[in-house]
Design a protein around this ligand. Structure first.
Ligand code: PEP
Ligand code: MG
Length: 544
């Protein structure tokens, strides 16, 4: 038995035979051509064919994993139309009088190494994309069909790396898991794997030859390892675990479409937390009642300049439309502290968690705030959008926000731009907000308790400092009393209160929260059904 550790991108257990996947290396020869114009046209024909193939993959992926995860194939199509990419290829053909294959391969290498050398992790990932796109064109130029991962019986696919186009072509029925030597947690392949729900490991130093091909193995997506030729005892243990996992999954599936209601009739809103529009497929698969926290920061963090109103509108509109009338709570920019974007040019601070972050940035730089608010108001014409402001500590902040909101609405009206009405709530994540929650409740439509920061500020423990993990206790009586006080004050003023911090998913506290009267729990998509199970098993009339 050989156990090799990697990094898990999706949990679960897979048991089966290994099938080693090797990409057919494209043989590229450097050949002089006479008619460079004809060669450029040959390249363009191959590129058009490649775009057609990608459109097919896009349509397949939309059906299987949802629009947002499929978007990578649209991006690949766009990459093929990228001016710099095309210029480079055409230039090599015409100025050096070389064949299209060589021009594509060289451009691919140049662009990939340029992306790999960038500091930004997201941009680094694009190196794999440009290679994937170029290989597709090369195989068309070579008159080959691009390799697909094929396996006769269901198997654990072991590969050096898998391009998104390869992962989407996997016949899900026949693939138990995939394990790659390279790849990263941020890669589209990893994201697709999570969306498809296949246990997957990356960064696993496994041999890609006959020493493993065809061998029996177990992939443990929780521990992040693959056991090749497990001994009898290990295999039996994993078979048992897998059986339990399958039963649990089936049980959870039976909860889809059911209400989040206690035995004595209390209904709870169970919503999903997302950080990207790409998470929407998981939201739908797990039957969320809405989005309780959309961390809009990703729009700012994945860019090197401020996202425009149109870019933001596109993302918010996608979420609103996908959720089709269900409530979508979008939190305004919560940048600063651990989330830094260089172009904000924030000064270095002694205590960043207590520094210029979130609403403090928005109120001191209203032009940034206004762009986001305009996009949010405009997006509310496409669904049930609610806006939520982070890191609130005072009534004055709410008043300032309201003034800016009114300015934005007036501007939109004057410009004849359509916008809907939206609910406005705040995050309760500072002890100050808890202590004046009776006053704040009169100013807003709802509260959402951010227990991650509330614990940090209540216990005076930096949530980013791993050395303090043993002291960071969100179950602390002080935190629980703060939650109870917030909910009580919300109800007195006739508004609802939910929890969107990690504590909301802690099933050991679900009954406690229900007893406090919490109206909504917003958790990561995978936690929705387990939470529904507990809620449906709870009888509040029997609880002390
Ligand atoms: C929180 O603080 O609990 C919260 C949900 O916000 P974030 O984790 O994004 O700071
Ligand atoms: Mg927070």
């Amino acid at each position: 038995m050989q156990t090799i550790f990697g990094k898990s991108v999706f949990g679960g257990i897979a048991i089966g035979k290994i099938s080693v996947y090797k990409k057919g290396e494209q043989q590229v020869k450097r050949v002089k051509v006479e008619d460079t114009q004809e060669e450029i046209e040959r390249f363009h024909r191959a590129k058009e064919e490649a775009i057609k193939q990608l459109q097919g993959l896009y349509e397949k992926a939309v059906k299987e994993v949802g629009e947002s995860s499929a978007a990578i194939f649209e991006i690949h199509q766009m990459m093929m139309e990228d001016e710099d990419y095309l210029d480079s290829i055409e230039n090599i053909i015409s100025s050096q009088q070389l064949n299209a294959e060589y021009a594509v391969a060289t451009t691919s290498d140049n662009f990939a190494s340029m992306f790999s050398s960038m500091d930004d992790d997201y941009m680094k990932e694009r190196a794999a994309d440009v290679r994937d796109v170029s290989e597709r064109i090369l195989s068309i130029l070579n008159g080959e069909s691009k390799d697909t991962v094929q396996t006769q019986e269901a198997a654990i696919i072991v590969a050096d790396d898998l391009a998104p186009s390869e992962t989407v072509q996997l016949d899900k029925e026949k693939v138990l898991s995939f394990v790659t030597v390279h790849g990263s947690t941020n890669s589209h392949t990893a994201i697709l794997a999570r969306t498809m729900g296949i246990p997957a490991l990356i960064g696993t130093p496994v041999a890609l030859d006959e020493t493993v091909d065809g061998k029996m193995a177990v992939v443990d997506g929780m521990k992040g390892c693959i056991c090749i030729e497990p001994d009898e005892e290990t295999l039996a243990m994993y078979q048992q675990k897998k059986k339990e996992e399958t039963e649990k999954k089936q049980l959870l599936q039976t909860l889809k479409g059911k209400e989040n209601i206690t035995l004595d009739g209390r209904k709870i809103m169970v919503y999903a937390n997302i950080g990207d529009t790409k998470d929407l497929a998981m939201v739908l698969q797990n039957d969320a009642g809405g989005i309780g926290l959309f961390r809009s920061e990703f729009l700012y963090l994945e860019k090197d300049t401020y996202p425009t109103e149109e870019e933001q509108l596109k993302a918010y509109k996608t979420v609103a439309e996908t959720m089709a009338g269900k409530r979508v709570i979008i939190r305004t920019l919560d940048i600063g502290a651990d989330k830094q974007a260089d172009y904000f040019e924030l000064e270095k601070e002694e205590n960043p968690a207590m520094g210029c972050r979130a609403i403090r940035i928005c109120l001191t730089r209203p032009e940034i705030f206004k762009t986001q608010l305009r996009a949010l108001f405009r997006a509310s014409a496409y669904g049930k959008i609610a806006v939520m402001y982070p890191m609130i500590t005072s009534i004055e902040e709410i008043r300032k926000i309201k003034t800016i909101v009114e300015e934005v609405k007036t501007e939109l009206k004057e410009q004849g731009i359509a916008f809907g009405d939206l609910e406005q709530g705040i995050m309760i994540e500072t002890p100050a907000a808890v202590m004046i929650s009776d006053l704040l409740a009169k100013e807003v439509d709802f509260f959402s308790i951010g227990t991650n920061d509330l614990t940090q500020y209540t216990l005076a423990i930096d949530r980013q400092n791993p050395k303090l993990d043993e002291f960071y206790n969100p179950h602390h009586e002080a935190v629980l009393r703060m939650i109870a006080m917030t909910v009580e004050n919300a109800h007195k003023a006739g508004i609802w209160a939910g929890i969107c911090g990690e504590l909301g998913a802690d099933t050991s506290l679900t009954k406690t929260f229900l007893k406090m009267g919490v109206d909504e729990l917003s958790v990561s998509p995978g936690n929705i059904l387990p939470l529904r199970k507990i809620i449906r098993e709870t009888d509040l009339s029997q609880e002390q």
